[in-house]
Design a protein around this ligand. Structure first.
Ligand code: UD1
Ligand code: BG6
Length: 359
């Protein structure tokens, strides 16, 4: 039931304040006079010791689920002190990459039924690693076959392009990071600030109007928001059927700069975190080449960041590691509106399936 919405994708984008609340429900201990603020993940608590002792942690997923893991990676590395590697399921299998008994492998999948991810799970089980699932679907193959895991509880997602599952996956992986590094705990008010921020995000319709007949769109991000650039570009590609590429801003001079001219629209993510000054310099370099910029910045930074030229998307500031949860929302809305304006099917994009159960 789409309720007041025209499409499931639109409904699911707007549902994010609630789906994130459900994802966190019962899992955050507020703290008080005798209790410490903490995270309680029922599915992981008996396995945390083993995870903390593992030599490395490997995230495995496909599509949006891979991007969610990429967004959570810096925090997991920071809080656990354990090297965290990223693997696309099919690529890991193509390489038959080494996996060891002292590895913790985290399988991220909204449906829990993606063939590539399941094949990678079987491979990791054969190699004796601890296998952890992060899925939205209770009773799915990944939930059943992993040693332990966490359900993201985002509610069913109907739109083929994943939106609310992405943000809930990041939040779950942030909670997993906190549980593994139990002495570093983000506070509940910060999380509440994120939900509040999501509620107040602007509509992205006009920006979509200005991009309606473009052939291509680039998105530059780095640090915590490298994943946002990849996921924003994936959304535009999947639903708006427009070529789009997410690029690590640190690689800009090693190739992508050649594409920059007055016509190609480029989204630069430059919200406040440790990458901010580097992104400011990226903006200056793109401007010097007359790039057609759309800058995403923190509320109140518009003038400082882009000096009044180009389009600006302002987003509320949250704690750096959770900023990707906020930053993706305008890009989801952008891809949604762009799709509707271009006249394509939002909920069932051409050639794609919600759950890909064959290789
Ligand atoms: C569980 C209950 C929830 C209840 C709560 C009360 C289920 C599905 N969840 O939630 O209804 O309100 O206790 O304390 O009954 N698992 C995997 N692989 C995965 C995902 C999960 O093995 O990919 C396992 C977990 O290790 C755990 C079980 O499934 O043993 C349930 O996981 P989860 O729903 O995340 O646990 P709780 O949040 O504790
Ligand atoms: C499909 C979907 O390709 O599978 C994507 O169209 C999704 O939206 C990908 O990200 C992975 O799915 P899952 O269920 O494993 O997260």
């Amino acid at each position: 039931n789409k309720g007041k919405y025209e499409h499931y994708m639109q409904k699911e984008i707007h549902e994010q304040p609630e789906s994130l609340t459900t994802t966190m429900r019962g899992r955050l201990i507020r703290g008080g006079s005798s209790k410490r603020k903490s995270v309680l993940l029922g599915g992981l608590k008996d396995h945390l010791k083993t995870i903390r002792r593992s030599r490395r942690i490997v995230f495995i997923g496909c599509g949006t689920s891979y991007n969610a893991a990429l967004a959570a990676r810096p925090l997991l590395e920071e809080l656990s002190g354990i090297p965290v590697m990223m693997e696309i399921a099919s690529d890991l299998l193509d390489r038959q990459a080494p996996i060891y008994r002292d590895d913790t492998i985290i399988f991220v999948s909204q449906s829990g039924e993606t063939a590539d991810t399941l094949n990678a799970l079987e491979y990791a089980l054969e190699n004796g690693a601890l296998c952890v699932g992060i899925t939205n679907t209770v009773g799915s193959a990944i939930a059943r076959n992993t040693h332990c895991g966490v359900h993201i509880n985002a509610g069913s997602e109907i739109g083929v392009a994943s939106t609310k599952a992405y943000t809930s996956q990041i939040v779950v992986m942030a909670m997993v990071s906190l549980a593994i590094g139990a002495d570093t705990i983000s506070s509940k008010p910060r999380r509440e600030a994120i939900i509040e921020s999501l509620l107040n995000l602007p509509e992205m319709k006009d920006l979509a109007q200005s991009l309606i007949s473009e052939q291509s769109l680039l998105m530059f991000g780095r640090g915590y928001n490298y994943a946002t650039a990849l996921e924003g570009a994936l959304k535009v590609k999947e639903v708006a059927l427009m070529h789009s590429e997410g690029i690590l801003a640190g690689e800009m001079k090693h190739g992508p700069l050649a594409l920059v001219d007055e016509n190609l629209p480029i989204v630069v993510i430059a919200t406040r975190d440790q990458s901010f000054s580097k992104q400011q310099s990226v903006i200056q370099q793109l401007k010097a080449r007359k790039g057609r910029l759309i800058v995403m910045c923190t509320e109140g930074d518009a003038a400082a960041v882009c000096g009044g030229s180009g389009r600006v998307i302002e987003v509320p500031l949250v704690v750096d590691c959770l900023q990707p949860v906020v930053n993706i929302v305008p890009l989801q809305l952008l891809s949604y509106h762009l799709t509707v304006l271009r006249g394509y099917n939002v909920d069932q994009p051409r050639n794609l399936a919600k759950s890909v159960t064959t290789e």
